[in-house]
Ligand binder design. Structure first.
Ligand code: ASP
Ligand code: MG
Length: 426
């Protein structure tokens, strides 16, 4: 049994979806679970609907949702013929459920509505793909993952209940494989014990694939992407970025930790626990070798580069020039945890603590305000955090050219440098 995951970009155009039957036939040759993300940028569009619903009003939310409806209806007009009426009914059912929410006044938390509304992206896309594949000689069974992957009710970042999920998979999925070779389901979403939808964190479909693979002892997981595989840097930023043919689970976890947008970080552990290989392949050309991720280390890895823009550096200085240790340090760590802020880099000096964070959602201001009774806080903004794994001096020089280095930290394998563009003086 294999698990395939198709991300948003692999199903964002009619022509791409039309490639799926051949791609599946060429690459599956066994029982298959297909995990589907929302099409293209639909998750982002649904986030805007939630925002409008909660902050602006029902009318605006319904208007934005109408565009999402039309997008999906257009897709099925081009993709599905014999079963077009059934597919339309299935989509309409999902639209109706969503509009019922959007027409009412919010009585629950923002995060609750986020999950009820944003989860519709995956329900719509998986329904379309299921009809399309069955019309194209891939009979399949579509299942609602909200009934299988059970989670707590921490909306937007739900934790999987592995025991319940394992039971559901053996009770529901295993018998289904006696009737069909292909099961299709949604990535990214789950359900609470009370059957409310939950989501597992943005880009969480990779994780869904890993959950199924782990519980079903899959032979492999393949994530189909619009790039050749995992690369040594973002090809949009680095023209010399190369595809890494072989990586270890550990290397991928490290890359994700430093901010490489490769694979959802939670994906690796369930696979590593059962030594299930993870393939990252390009759906535009399935003959390309892609990246294989296993326990084995990649040989001669080139420098792997991750750039994070929009960084803020906060300097927490003790109010009375006393050493920063013990109590104030603990206070700051607790504050960071309670505000769900994960520092990208931190460093201590005698009388201050330096912390670099993503400069978003007013978090820097919030941190400064909440800690002003303990620290004098200053903030530097518009910084860039450069991380290089397997670094060498040449690469460091290249990336830091014309930049002022504010902070630097290195281990044997990784260097992190926080920089500011140099002001041009005339
Ligand atoms: N559709 C969701 C997102 O865009 C989940 C995923 O793509 O993995 O975040
Ligand atoms: Mg995605």
């Amino acid at each position: 049994m294999k698990v395939f995951k198709f991300g948003g970009a692999s199903i964002n155009q009619i022509e791409r979806i039309q490639q799926l039957p051949a791609l599946i036939e060429n690459n599956a040759n066994s029982r298959l679970i297909i995990i589907i993300s929302a099409m293209g940028k639909i998750t982002n569009a649904l986030e805007k609907v939630v925002d409008a619903y909660y902050h602006t009003g029902n009318k605006e939310a319904l208007l934005l949702f109408e565009k999402i409806k039309q997008y999906h209806l257009t897709q099925i007009k081009y993709l599905i013929t014999q079963q077009w009426a059934n597919a339309t009914d299935a989509l309409n059912q999902i639209f109706k459920e969503t509009e019922l929410i959007l027409k009412s006044a919010p009585t629950e938390t923002y995060d609750y509505y986020y999950d009820q509304i944003v989860s519709k992206g995956e329900l719509l896309s998986s329904s379309i793909i299921s009809y399309f594949l069955s019309e194209n000689k891939i009979p399949n069974h579509l299942i609602d993952v909200r009934k299988i992957i059970k989670t707590d009710n921490q909306f937007r970042n739900a934790k999987v209940d592995w025991e319940k999920t394992t039971n559901n998979i053996s009770e529901i999925i295993s018998p289904l494989f006696l009737q069909t070779d292909t099961i299709i389901t949604q990535g990214f979403i789950g359900g609470t014990g009370q059957n409310s939808a939950t989501t597992l964190g943005r880009e969480g479909s990779d994780y869904t694939a890993a959950i199924f693979a782990n519980i079903l002892n899959a032979e492999s997981v393949t994530i189909w992407k619009d790039v050749n595989g995992v690369m040594s840097g973002d090809p949009k930023e680095f023209s010399d970025a190369e595809t890494l043919s072989q990586l270890s689970y550990k290397e991928v976890i490290e890359m994700a930790y430093y901010g490489a947008q490769v694979i959802h970080p939670k994906t690796i552990k369930p696979l590593q626990n059962k030594s299930i290989p993870l393939y990252v392949k390009c759906f535009l050309d399935d003959e390309l070798p892609g990246t294989t991720i296993t326990n084995q280390n990649g040989k001669h890895l080139p420098p792997i580069k991750v750039i994070k823009n929009q960084q803020a550096l906060l300097n927490f200085q003790s109010l009375d020039f006393s050493f920063v240790e013990g109590k104030p340090v603990n206070f700051l760590h607790e504050l960071l945890a309670s505000l769900h802020i994960k520092p990208n880099l931190s460093q201590n000096t005698a009388i201050s603590l330096l912390i670099c964070i993503d400069d978003a959602d007013q978090k820097a201001e919030l941190l400064a305000a909440e800690s002003s009774s303990v620290f004098d806080v200053s903030i530097a903004r518009n910084l860039q955090l450069i991380t290089i794994r397997n670094y060498n001096q040449e690469e460091i020089n290249k990336l830091c050219e014309n930049k002022v280095i504010l902070l630097e930290q290195k281990t044997q394998q990784t260097i992190q440098i926080l920089v500011q563009e140099q002001a041009i003086t005339q």
